[in-house]
Write a protein that binds this ligand. Structure first.
Ligand code: FAD
Ligand code: NAP
Length: 634
C-alpha cells in the first residue's frame, strides 16, 4: 500500500516556555482546535522512533493524519516545550507520540497499537461525522460566498445562509451582500453616471454639438442599475446551485455548540449542525441616535434603490461612503452639502484627503465643517419631502439649521454580530466595536468557528479582502493549503469626483513607523491630456510616493488623485508586493500619453517659498506642454 504522507499542522501563536495565563489559554485553544478539526491528530517529535511507528501504522491503514512535530514548531514561532506542557495538562500524558482519533484521546504508541489489535482504532476511525454539514457559512456576501464556493469545490458539504433584515426605511435586497446590492457596484455605476455628465460638458470642446437641454433622470438610472443588480443576484444563486452549495434564505443564529437556528421570512425555524462555521455577516449602516434619524433619514442601504430623486441633500459623515455619495449626487446636478464632524477621510493621507475635498468644493459641493446633527424634523411629506436639520458645533455653543429634501447618514457601519447567538457558544466579540477578533488564520477563540470580511476586528472593510480571506480560509480548512491572507499593502480607491487611489502607508503613518528622517517623498502634479482641450482644472491631479531611504528607497506608500485612479493603483499594488523601489520605478518605461504615473521627478528640491503648484504653472508656461513629469521632492 502506498504511504500517505501526513499533513503537518501549524500553530501560529507566539510561544514561550514560561507562559502567561493568557498565552497558555490561547495555546490550549489552538491545540483543542487541532484536535477537533482533524480526524487523526498526532503530536509527535520528528526523531522519535515511537512516533515514526505510529505514523507508519496509520499510513499502512491508508488513513490520512495530521502531525504537529514538537521539535520543529519553533520554526513557526512556537515553543515545543510549551506545547508539550499544555498538551500534558489536556491529556495527562507527558510523552510523545500523543494521538487523537475523531477527538478521542488514544494515548501513546503502545496504546495505539493495542487499540489497533482490539479493533477499537478501526471503530473510532469508522465513526462518521454526525453533523449535517462540513461547513455552514452565515452570510452570503463577498466573503461568505467566496468561502462557501471554494469549500464546495474542494468536495465539502456546504450550506450558506443569507438574510437581509430590511433597513428602517424598509429597503431590502437579494443574494450577494453589501458590495453587489448596496455598496461597490451601485456606487461605482452612479459615479459613472456623474462622470458621463462631466464628459458631456467636455464633449462640446471636442466638437460635439447638441441642442437638447441636458438633464439627468434619477428613475432611469436607478432602474437600469437595479436591473443589473438583479442579474447579479440571479447569477450568484445559479453559481451556488452549480457547486451544490445549499443556499437558505434565512437568518442564522447559534443556539448551541455546532448548531444554528435558521429563521425564514415567515418565521419558520429550522435547525442545522456543522463541523465548522464561518461568520461572514458583514455590517450595516449606523444611525446617530438623535430625534428623527431612523424615521426620516436614509442611509446607503436605501439610496441606490430610492424610487425618487433625492433632491437637495445633506450628507452626514466624511469618510468613503459619505464623500463618494456626495460626489455622485453633486455630479448628477443636485445641491449637496456634507456635514463633517472632524476630518475628511480619517485614516487616509490627510494631504490627499484635503485635495479630494477641495476639488469637490470647487465643483459645487458645500462643506459644513465641525458640526454634528442633533435633531431631524419632518416639515413636509413627499418624494422627496422636506426635512429640517438642527446641528451643533463641535467647537462651541453655536447651532445651525438647514432645510433639505433628503438627509443621508454615512456615519460608519455596525458589524452584524450582536444578534447571532455568539454568546451562546462563547465566541468573543469586542465590546466596543462589536467586531470579532481572530488569529492569523481567521479563527475565533472557539476553534471550530471562523470569521471573514467586515466583521473582523482590525482588518480592512473591502470586498477583495473579504473574498481573498474567504477563499484562502476554505483552502486551508479543506484543501491542505497553508497560505494565509495578507492584509498588508492592500490597495484601495475612493471614487470621489476626483478619484483617489492609494496603497501602503499614508505620510502620517509612514512617519510614525519609519521616522521622518528616514523617508523621502517624491511627488508630481499632472494634467491629464484629455483635460487640456476640455479646459479642465490644471494643477489638480497629483501623485506621490513615500520611500524608505534606509531600505533601498523602497516605496512604502503610493497615492494618486486623478482619473481612473483605481486602474492605476492596481498595477502599483502588484509592484509594491514585488518590493518596488524608487530606482525600479525610474527604470520603468511608461506608456504615453496616460496618467499611469511612472515618473516622480529627478530629485528637485522645493526651494523656500516655492510652492509646487506655482512651480508647475511656471513649468507649463515655459514648456507649453501637458505636464506629466514636473516632480518635486521634499
Ligand atoms: C456604500 C458602500 C460602498 C462600498 N464600496 C466599496 C468599493 O468600492 N470597493 C470595495 O472594495 N469595498 C466597498 N465597500 C465595502 C464592501 O462592500 C464590504 O467590505 C464587503 O461587502 C464586505 O463583505 P462581507 O462578506 O464581509 O459582508 P457583506 O457583503 O455585507 O455580506 C454579509 C451578508 O450577510 C447577511 N447576514 C447578516 N446577518 C445574517 C444572519 N444572521 N443570517 C444570515 N445572513 C446574514 C447580510 O444581509 C449580507 O447579505 C463599500 C461599502 C459600502 C457600504
Ligand atoms: N471605495 C471603497 O473601497 C469603499 C467605499 C465605501 C466604503 N468602503 C468601506 O466601508 C467602510 C465603512 O465606510 P464609512 O464611510 O461608512 O465609515 P467610516 O470609515 O467608519 O467613517 C465614518 C464617518 O462618519 C463620521 N461620523 C461617525 N460618527 C459620527 C457622528 N455621530 N456624527 C457625525 N459624523 C460621524 C466619521 O467622522 P470622524 O472622522 O470624526 O470619526 C467618519 O467621517 C470603510 O472603512 C471602507 O473600508 C469602501
Amino acid at each position: 500500500m502506498a504511504t500517505l504522507p501526513g499533513r503537518r499542522a501549524r500553530l501560529s501563536s507566539p510561544g514561550t516556555s514560561r507562559l502567561s495565563s493568557e498565552a497558555r489559554e490561547e495555546l490550549r485553544r489552538r491545540l483543542q482546535g487541532l484536535i477537533e478539526d482533524n480526524r487523526v491528530m498526532i503530536f509527535s517529535k520528528s526523531y522519535c522512533p515511537h512516533s515514526t511507528r505510529v505514523k507508519e501504522l496509520f499510513s499502512s491503514l491508508g488513513v490520512e493524519y495530521n502531525i504537529l512535530e514538537l521539535d520543529q514548531v519553533g520554526k513557526w514561532n512556537d515553543d515545543g516545550a510549551s506545547v508539550q506542557e499544555v498538551l500534558s495538562e489536556i491529556t495527562n500524558q507527558k510523552t510523545v507520540p500523543n494521538i487523537f482519533v475523531n477527538k478521542v484521546h488514544l494515548g501513546g504508541c503502545d496504546r495505539t497499537f493495542q487499540a489497533h489489535q482490539s479493533g477499537l482504532l478501526q471503530k473510532l476511525l469508522q465513526k462518521e461525522s454526525t453533523y449535517d454539514y462540513d461547513l455552514i457559512v452565515i452570510g452570503g456576501g463577498s466573503g461568505g460566498l467566496a468561502c462557501a464556493q471554494e469549500a464546495a469545490i474542494l468536495g465539502k458539504k456546504v450550506m450558506v445562509l443569507d438574510f437581509v433584515v430590511p433597513s428602517p426605511q424598509g429597503t431590502s435586497w437579494g443574494l450577494g451582500g453589501t458590495c453587489v446590492n448596496v455598496g461597490c457596484i451601485p456606487k461605482k455605476l452612479m459615479h459613472q453616471a456623474a462622470l458621463l455628465g462631466q464628459a458631456l460638458k467636455d464633449s462640446r470642446k471636442f466638437g460635439w454639438e447638441y441642442n437638447q437641454q441636458v438633464k439627468h433622470n434619477w428613475e432611469i438610472m436607478t432602474e437600469a442599475i437595479q436591473n443589473h443588480i438583479g442579474s447579479l443576484n440571479w447569477s450568484y444563486g445559479l453559481s451556488l446551485r452549480e457547486k451544490s452549495v445549499a443556499y437558505v434564505n434565512s437568518y442564522g443564529e447559534f443556539v448551541e455548540r455546532h448548531k444554528i437556528k435558521a429563521t425564514n421570512r415567515k418565521g419558520q425555524e429550522t435547525y442545522y449542525t456543522a463541523a465548522k462555521f464561518v461568520i461572514a455577516t458583514g455590517a450595516r449602516p449606523r444611525y446617530l441616535g438623535i430625534q428623527g434619524d431612523k424615521e426620516y433619514c436614509i442611509t446607503s442601504d436605501d439610496l441606490f434603490s430610492l424610487p425618487y430623486c433625492p433632491g437637495k441633500t445633506l450628507v452626514v459623515g466624511a469618510s468613503y461612503v459619505a464623500l463618494e455619495c456626495a460626489g455622485f449626487l453633486a455630479g448628477i446636478g443636485l445641491d449637496v452639502t456634507v456635514m463633517v464632524r472632524s476630518v475628511l477621510l480619517r485614516g487616509f493621507d490627510q494631504e490627499m484627503a484635503e485635495k479630494v475635498g477641495s476639488y469637490m468644493e470647487q465643483h459645487g459641493v458645500k462643506f459644513l465643517r465641525k458640526f454634528i446633527p442633533v435633531m431631524v424634523q419632518q416639515l413636509e411629506k413627499g418624494s422627496p419631502g422636506k426635512l429640517k436639520i438642527v446641528a451643533k458645533s463641535t467647537e462651541g455653543p453655536e447651532t445651525i439649521e438647514g432645510v433639505y429634501n433628503t438627509v443621508l447618514l454615512a456615519v460608519g457601519r455596525e458589524p452584524s454580530t450582536r444578534k447571532i447567538g455568539l454568546e451562546k457558544i462563547g465566541v468573543k466579540v469586542s465590546e466596543k466595536s462589536g467586531k470579532i477578533p481572530v488569529n492569523d488564520i481567521e479563527q475565533t477563540n472557539v476553534p471550530y468557528v471562523y470569521a471573514v470580511g467586515d466583521v473582523l476586528e482590525g482588518k480592512l472593510e473591502l470586498t477583495p479582502v473579504a473574498i481573498q480571506a474567504g477563499k484562502l480560509l476554505a483552502r486551508r480548512l479543506f484543501g491542505g493549503h497553508s497560505e494565509k491572507c495578507s492584509y498588508i499593502n492592500v490597495p484601495t480607491t475612493v471614487f470621489t469626483p476626483l478619484e483617489y487611489g492609494c496603497c501602503g502607508l499614508s505620510e502620517e503613518k509612514a512617519i510614525e513607523i519609519h521616522k521622518k528622517e528616514n523617508l523621502e517623498v517624491y511627488h508630481t502634479l499632472f494634467w491629464p491630456l484629455e483635460w487640456t482641450v476640455a479646459g479642465r482644472d490644471n494643477n489638480t491631479c497629483y501623485a506621490k510616493i513615500i520611500c524608505n531611504k534606509v531600505d533601498n528607497n523602497r516605496v512604502v506608500g503610493f497615492h494618486i488623485l486623478g482619473p481612473n485612479a483605481g486602474e492605476v493603483t492596481q498595477g502599483f499594488a502588484a509592484a509594491m508586493k514585488c518590493g518596488l523601489t524608487k530606482q525600479l520605478l525610474d527604470g520603468t518605461i511608461g506608456i504615453h500619453p496616460t496618467c499611469g504615473i511612472h515618473h516622480f521627478g529627478d530629485n528637485k528640491v522645493i526651494g523656500t517659498g516655492h510652492h509646487p503648484e506655482r512651480l508647475l504653472r511656471l513649468g507649463l508656461l515655459l514648456s507649453g506642454l501637458p505636464v506629466y513629469s514636473h516632480s518635486f521632492q521634499r
